[in-house]
Design a protein around this ligand. Structure first.
Ligand SMILES: [Zn+2]
Length: 355
């Protein structure tokens, strides 16, 4: 009997010792994070928690495969939720064009990471920062590529996975509304090119949103922002897009109002496969059919950065001339914008139908 009790006692001691040593692995890491947050309370603002993720990866690497799998359950990132916070309090804003994923969690304060470690693999992650205001914590994950995020939750944990868009979609199209923000493009009679470009792209988005084909469409902007040229063409290159379509409107070289009018589409002359020209021609033919406008043809546009740098077949559409009174009037008309959108939508579907 006494031997059995001693045996059981030894077993308990052993289990406790193992648990303590497991905890100790996290302690130095937690301590550094705690110090960092103390510091951020003094200076205020966003703090990088990247160390925590990298360290947690080291910790994970030292663990057995089985422990790693049970902690991450095969996912890429695990976040712990405080008891009073549920998965419904978590929202994700994926800013594809910036390769930036913002995870907002309602009900977590500045000290969240001191109590709830983030675990994960840091492949593809360039930085993770954190800030909280009015008990809404925002975790910002900067990636080195474009990913979709899939989220699942289980037992007080949130699991995140970064998924290659090609795993989800049969085709990928990137649509770019030219200019934006404090770069309006041409402004004629109080109308800015950036607004017309966006209006047309938002009409195009309505068509793609209703499309029953499995096409992933990524937009460089759907508001009055102005992504860099690198990020615009980078969205097409990093998603390995099947097509890259940029929507603009034209004006005369002098910028003066004139009788010059018509639709023109630029393509990449350096694309020896001819796919860019083929897509540009489809865009032009559909626009001519829908808008009943004058053709200014397809032209080489390699002097334009986003055309030259595109690895995807690219077309830059100049729907009409803002320096022509009649065309400027048309371009502001919702029905005309819808027809232009329909034309480009048809061109994309026709191109994809041939792949
Ligand atoms: Zn433009």
């Amino acid at each position: 009997m006494e031997e059995k009790v001693t045996g059981a006692f030894t077993a308990i001691i052993l289990v406790v010792a193992i648990m303590i040593s497991c905890l100790l692995i996290y302690v130095p890491n937690m301590h550094i994070i705690a110090l960092k947050f103390e510091d951020s309370k003094l200076t205020g603002g966003r703090v990088s928690v990247m160390d925590m993720l990298t360290n947690s990866e080291d910790v994970l690497q030292e663990e057995s495969r089985a422990t790693r799998d049970s902690l991450l359950k095969g996912h890429q990132i695990r976040l712990s939720l405080p008891q009073n916070v549920t998965a419904a309090s978590v929202s994700i804003n994926n800013k594809f064009v910036d390769r930036d994923i913002q995870i907002s969690i309602k009900g977590i304060g500045k000290d969240y990471f001191t109590n709830y470690p983030i675990l994960g693999k840091s492949d593809n992650i360039e930085d993770v920062t954190y800030d909280s205001e009015d008990l809404v914590g925002v975790i910002d994950i900067m990636l080195d590529d474009v990913f979709e995020v899939s989220m699942s939750s289980e037992g007080g944990y949130i699991y995140l996975d970064f998924v290659d868009p090609h795993e989800i979609y049969d085709y990928i199209v990137v649509v770019d509304a030219g200019h934006g923000g404090n770069v309006p493009g041409a402004t004629k009679m109080g109308v800015s090119e950036k607004d017309i470009n966006l209006d047309i792209v938002l009409e195009l988005k309505k068509l793609f949103d209703r499309c029953d084909k499995n096409i992933g469409v990524y937009y460089t902007r759907v508001d009055d922002s102005n992504p860099s040229f690198e990020n615009r063409v980078g969205l097409a290159n990093d998603t390995d897009a099947d097509l890259f379509l940029s929507v603009h409107n034209n004006s005369t070289a002098s910028g003066r109002m004139s009788s010059i009018n018509g639709t023109e589409v630029m393509y990449e002359g350096g694309d020896s496969s001819g796919k860019s020209k083929e897509f540009a021609s489809l865009c032009l033919n559909n626009l001519l059919a829908q808008l009943d406008c004058k053709s200014k043809g397809v032209i080489v546009g390699d002097e334009v950065y986003i055309i030259r740098e595109s690895k995807s077949p690219v077309a830059l559409v100049e729907v009409g001339f803002m320096t022509n009174v009649k065309e400027l009037e048309n371009l502001q008309d919702r029905n005309y914008q819808q027809k232009a959108a329909k034309a480009m939508y048809n061109a994309v579907l026709q191109y994809i139908g041939k792949i």
